[in-house]
Design a protein around this ligand. Sequence first.
Ligand code: KIV
Ligand code: NA
Length: 279
Amino acid sequence: RKKVTINTLRKMYQNGEKITMLTAHDFPSGLLADQAGIDVVLVGDSLAMVGLGMEDTNQITLDDMLHHSRAVARGVRSAFVVTDLPMGSYELSPQQALQSSISLVQRGRATSVKIEGGKEIAPTIKTITDIGIPVLAHIGLTPQRQGSLGGFVVQSKTAASASKLLSDALAVQDAGAWGVVLEAVPADVAKLVTEALDIPTIGIGAGDGTSGQVLVQIDMLGNFPSGRFLPKFVKKYADVFEVSRKAIGDFRDEVKAGTYPAQEHTYPVKEKEVAEFRK
Ligand code: KIV
Ligand code: NA
């Protein structure tokens, strides 16, 4: 597969080809997404929750993101790698955001960074894109701001808030973002925003009218115990947790029963060597 660049993504958008994006958090998950043919691999700060067991995405640091971004990048051959700017790494000034973005590219091996926010973050997006680092914007439900949003709740359900979403989308586009993630907004609103823009929208919980779709890999693989809360938009394509739990249980049972390791898992040695060793 040919390397996916910003130009590949622009071409897909122009041709009306849907852009696929999936999160990855380490070497094997990066390898998997890449080998399955995903266009954009996102090192999302959702890693905090699904990969590190943290309460929310606000506990993860830039250093954590750098560590994981590097690991993902080692597994990715062709896909376009985007890494999230975590809370605390960009809000103080455009210069702080630029410094963090350079780190994510230089030490995190990302090609692009993602940043949460609309109009208020547009000058920051401009600063980063002006020096040549592609930025993916993220509006609608912005998990880093869950405190002021009142949790993980659907956004833009009123005409006024939908207008705000549209003006945020236009602002990040004008600032130079190559695309914008729309999270947890009604399908009709996401479709209208998509039609108003000249850059791709990547939806998550935003219906089928966006230019692409993104999911969290651990969620769509079902790599978590049954009973955990899942947002309405997540489709579980597999039950990896159950497959893995069973495999580990089988290993445990076979060791207890003495049926593992078998002959084929064992290194042989010549009898004469053993006899000599015994002496
Ligand atoms: O952190 C993340 O995984 C994300 C996607 C859900 C868009 O930001
Ligand atoms: Na994120």
